[in-house]
Structure formats: C-alpha cells, structure tokens
Write a protein that binds this ligand. Structure first.
Ligand code: ASP
Ligand code: MG
Length: 444
C-alpha cells in the first residue's frame, strides 16, 4: 500500500489534474491525499481577512472571483457533458455553502470552515473525474478520521483505528481519496493542520497504515542541492536521510512541510518526492540512508533577527541562559540558532511579533543588540564521514563574506551560518561552487 499526496501545483491546471489517475492507478492499494488547487487557500485567507474587518461585500466579491475561476476550470477539465454537469452542480453547491458561511457572525469556527473549502473542492473534483472514468474508489472525509487535541496534535491512535476499519470493511477497493490539511478539533468542529499541512496529513496516514512508501508529488524534481532560482547548475538530490530532510524542511527548501518527516521516520517509511510535470524523473528519496555520504544541500532562510545579550553576570554564573530562554518561552517565540561566549549569548528568531517586548525584558539581564534582515545559510549532509574537512570547506568558500554567527555540532547534519541578507546570493553561490562543483569562484 502507498500514499500519494498531490500539492496545489499538481492540481493547478486542468490538463495536469486530469492525468493524476494515471500516476496512482495500477499501483495496488493507495490513499490519495489532495491539497487545495494552488492559489485557493491564499484566496480563502483573503476572504477571512475581509470578514475579520467586517467587509462582507469585499469577501463576497472574492468568492465570486473564485467561483469564476472554478467554473472555467471544470469547463476545461471535463469535456463530456454528463460529467461536466455533475462537476458544475458540485461547484455550485460548494459555493452556495461558502456564501452561506459569510453571513454567519465571524468567529474562529467559521474561519476554519472557510479555510477547509479548498481541499473539499479539489477532492470533490477528483471524485467527479474518477466517476467519469468508471474507476472503483472510495471518498473519505478527513474530519471523520483525523482529530487534533487542543495543542493541535493529531490523535494518531484513533487515526490508525478508523482508517484500518475502513480498509478492512472494503477489501475490494484499491483507491481511497481524501483531503489533506483539514481535520476535526476537540470541540468537534472543522479545523486545519496549518499552512502546508497536507504533507503532514499524508505522512500521518502513511505512518498509521505502515505503508510501503509515501509519495509527495510537487512541481520540482525533488529537493535541489541549492536554490535553483538563485544559483545555476543545481541538481536534485537522489537521497536524503530523515535527519537531513528535517533540516532542509525547516530551512526553507519548501518541498516538504517541516512536520511531515517525523511520523514517517518513526515508522521507518520512505518518502519519495516526485514531479507531476516530469513524472519520469527519479526525484528524491528520503529514507533511513546509509551513513558515510557527504554534503547534500545548501538551504537558506530569510527574515531572521539576531539578538545579542551581553552581561558580566554571565561570567561563571549558572542559570543565566535559563532566564533568557524563559523570556522567549513566555512570548511563544522559538529560538533557532544559538551561540555563546563567556559573557554574551547570540540567538536568532524568525518571528518578530513580540520582538519589542522580548528585548525590553532581556534588557533587565544585560545589554541587548538586535540585527534584523539576517539570513541563515545551512549546509546539510552527513558529516560523520567527512568530519575533518567540512567546516574548513564551508569557511573557505565564505572567506570574503562577513559571517555573524556559526553553529556546528548541534547535530552531525548541519553547519549553519548567519549572515546579512544582502550577502546571501554571493554566499550560496560561493558554497555551491566550492561544495558541489569543486570550483572556487571569486565572490566580489
Ligand atoms: N492548502 C493548504 C495550504 O495551502 C495545505 C497544503 O497545501 O498543504 O496551506
Ligand atoms: Mg506544500
């Protein structure tokens, strides 16, 4: 059994969407998890933003705009009249529902229900498509089997039990289609797993059913060894360990959602990242990789703020860092990189929402300086085998670029460097040449 997850861009054009059954058909038993068609969740968020401001008319305009998009989408997707009519009726019903939602008093539950419409639309269209092909399949409504608690954590046990029950009761059925991202919360209301959460759904289902493989279908040939938009001659990485994939998912590789790796890793299930636009390409396989491989990829994360706290009270003192961390904890702000000296500590955050409050509390502990517009450049790989040379090569590549912080040794899978955003492109190109093309370039 396998899980196939299709992202928004795999559904974004009717011509591509129509071909999806060729990708998961004939593969034995499969669960097909769909995201919303690309752009849809963003639109639903804008509708919510308007409703929050009380702009019901603007929200309605956005819904009409969306409905026009979907009308033309199905017109291009279904050329056989009876199926087209069925899809038309389906779309009309969904948009009536959406219009009905905006008339309700705006509250968290309404917001979530609006957000859920994207995945309901895409999975409903797949249902029409499979019916038109006379394929045998079952449609599963995600909130029936995926529940989260008050912390947003999924109930993995219940998920496994419910899904296994459905599978056992339908032994002759091979194809199960469902929605990513949406679920039910502890109050019994529709909720979501957060942006990009469909990968997480796929991984949770794969782990619960202990499938042979989870395939994440996207619009690139797997994870690239550097950002192809900013660096020439990048290529896709054939395999990654779970740890390497974890690091890359956080550092903006954007191909995998950060929480997607954990469930698969726990059950040792391979994740294969494939390209819907180029299905023949091998993509990237994330699995329990052999040790002894080398540097795999460079990834970056922008929008980082560095905070340095200097205090003579740190000297030979214990408990100082605890006080620092408590402030971040209080403001629910995760810390990414840390680097300490005897009398100061530097750390980075990627969420500035409470920066002012955090800094003002930190000032009670010592002198505080902040630097915004920083970038974390992260070199990912398995450094056990190459240990003696990695840091030297990285620093050698960056010898002409000011580096604000370095972090190495937190895991054997990454070297992270903090630099100013304006130096990012130079830095990742220099690293690319040094680490993957074995050529040095002059970076000035
Ligand atoms: N549709 C949701 C989003 O855009 C979930 C996903 O695509 O993974 O965030
Ligand atoms: Mg995604």
């Amino acid at each position: 059994m396998k899980v196939f997850k299709f992202g928004g861009t795999s559904l974004g054009e009717p011509e591509i969407f129509r071909k999806l059954p060729e990708l998961f058909g004939g593969q034995g038993r499969v669960v097909v998890v769909l995201s919303a068609i690309s752009g849809t969740t963003d639109k639903l968020i804008s509708i919510n933003d308007q409703l929050r401001k009380g702009n019901v008319a603007e929200a309605k305009d956005l819904i009409m705009e969306m409905e026009r998009f979907y009308s033309s989408f199905i017109y291009r997707m279904f050329d056989w009249t009876p199926v087209y009519n069925e899809a038309r009726l389906f779309i009309e019903t969904r948009f009536l529902k959406l219009i009905g939602l905006i008339d309700k008093p705006f509250a968290r539950d309404v917001e979530n229900e609006i957000l859920a419409q994207g995945e309901l639309l895409s999975s409903g269209l797949l249902r029409c498509l499979l019916k038109s092909k006379n394929e045998k399949f079952m449609y599963l409504y995600a909130p029936d089997y995926l529940e989260i608690n008050d912390e947003g954590q999924p109930d993995v046990k219940k998920l496994g039990m419910k899904l296994k029950e459905v599978l056992n009761q339908n032994p002759d059925n091979d194809v199960f289609i469902t929605q990513g991202f949406i679920c039910r919360n502890s109050r019994g209301k529709i909720d979501t797993l957060g942006r990009g959460g469909s990968d997480f759904t796929a991984s949770l289902i794969g782990a619960a059913l202990v499938v042979e493989e989870i395939q994440i279908w996207t619009d690139v040939d797997g994870v690239h060894n550097n950002d192809p938009r900013l660096v020439e001659e990048t290529r896709s990485v054939p395999e990654l360990s779970y740890e390497e994939a974890d690091e890359l998912a956080y550092f903006g590789a954007k191909v995998l959602h950060p929480s997607c790796v954990f469930p698969a890793k726990r059950m040792n299930i391979p994740i294969r990242i494939k390209n819907t636009l180029n299905p023949g390409a091998p993509g990237t396989l994330v699995h329990e990789a052999r040790k002894g491989s080398t540097i795999k990829a460079v990834a970056v994360k922008d929008g980082i703020t560095a905070i340095r706290i200097r205090s003579a009270r740190m000297l030979n003192a214990y408990g100082f860092l605890k006080k620092v961390f408590e402030i971040f904890e209080h403001y629910k702000t995760p810390i990414d990189m840390i680097s300490t000296s005897e009398v100061s500590v530097s750390l980075t955050i990627d969420n500035n929402t409470s920066l002012k409050e955090i800094v003002s509390e930190l000032r009670e502990l010592g002198a505080v300086e902040t630097d915004e517009d920083q970038t974390i450049v992260c070199v990912v790989g398995d450094f056990m085998a190459e240990k003696p040379g990695v840091v030297r090569m990285v620093l050698n590549a960056l010898k002409e670029i000011p580096v604000r912080m370095i972090s190495y040794g937190g895991s054997m899978n990454n070297v992270s460097l903090l630099l100013h955003e304006r130096d990012k492109i130079r830095a990742i190109n220099a690293l690319h040449h040094q680490l993957f093309l074995n050529r040095e370039i002059h970076v000035n």
